[in-house]
Design a protein around this ligand. Sequence first.
Ligand SMILES: Cc1ncc(COP(=O)(O)O)c(C=O)c1O
Length: 392
Amino acid sequence: MTVPLFDTSAPLVPLREELRAAIERVLDSGHYILGPEVQTFEREFAAYCGAAEAVGVANGTDAITIALRAMGVGRGDEVVVPSFTFYASAEAIPPTGATPVFCDIDPDTYCVTAETVKAALTPRTKAVIAVHLFGNIAPIAEIEALGVPVLEDAAQAAGSRICGDAVSADGSDGGAGERGGGTSERDGAPAASPQARPGALGTAATFSFFPSKNLGCFGDGGAITTSDPALAERVRVLRFHGSHDKVSYQEIGYNSRLDELQAAILRVELPHLDGWADGRRAAADYYAQAGLGELVQTPVATANAAPAWHLYVIAHNQPERLESALAGAGIGHKPYYRVPIHLQESMRAWGTGAQLPATEHAARTHLAIPMSPVLTREQAAEVTTVVHESLA
Ligand SMILES: Cc1ncc(COP(=O)(O)O)c(C=O)c1O
């Protein structure tokens, strides 16, 4: 049984007619960029996240640069960012004029913590980028309590939620059913609103709608969410060349716009995001029930998080043994961040000398295995069997 690393097409099969109709609607409308579909999607996505505003942009990388600039980040400032994440989380900082300062992660959740961020703060720190890595939820409130604004990089976390009351001590999430199963809870932090989600936890948040993301369009796309109206307005100006009115130009901005086709597609998908997130959590449960956690390190949800696992990342001291067995069995797998960002050539000016032991351990040992909203119990059992055999 071959098992793909992810599956972007199967969840869309039941939506094909609706998607075709949405695409045709755009074709008929004659509006192709920043029109009514984008405006409506912005309203719908903001409401979904629980933020006052969402602003569509061209991709998740631009979203970070633009959000940081709207937060006042510029030349001479420092921005704290994890090194164990996709490269774009840090790549988006230098174009603002600021410098990245790398911080470590928690070895179990792969997210930054208040402690790891605190170790990287200096008087020049203007903002922190907290990445909700793999769909897990970084502890934003604890980081903001350090007195520094937080930008959530939620590119991988659309559909994740903080469930507080809804998560019981044994980690199940309150009778959500076979495919809506729970997730493991780390410790007993205070319960948060059942509605709280990435996108409404920090000063602002950024999303990517790259096709393989939890909420993916058919090209590039991204968004910034915030409940600060002045910040949202600055983002709108920056995404359109630094202009309010397309006549006068107040500052150097960007050409970074979401197009109507992508917005129309995202509007069809958004009502299904919670169901897909349930499917991702159920897949994690299938791995747990197959006994994967007894063979390798499996991901741990942060306190009160019900992650919509974007990637399912296991860890083992000899990942190459798993890699060759999975390859031989036709099972998708990928070591996404084998070289962490602070050790990348392009980051030498800022990464040299950073002491990030948990990051370097995670980089050496992690391996993503199949995860999707439609991963079956049988597929999870097959992956687990191959992992078991590779370690025998
Ligand atoms: C954590 C993280 N941040 C930022 C991005 C950048 O998003 P995009 O590819 O849409 O520019 C990604 C996308 O892979 C990501 O995973």
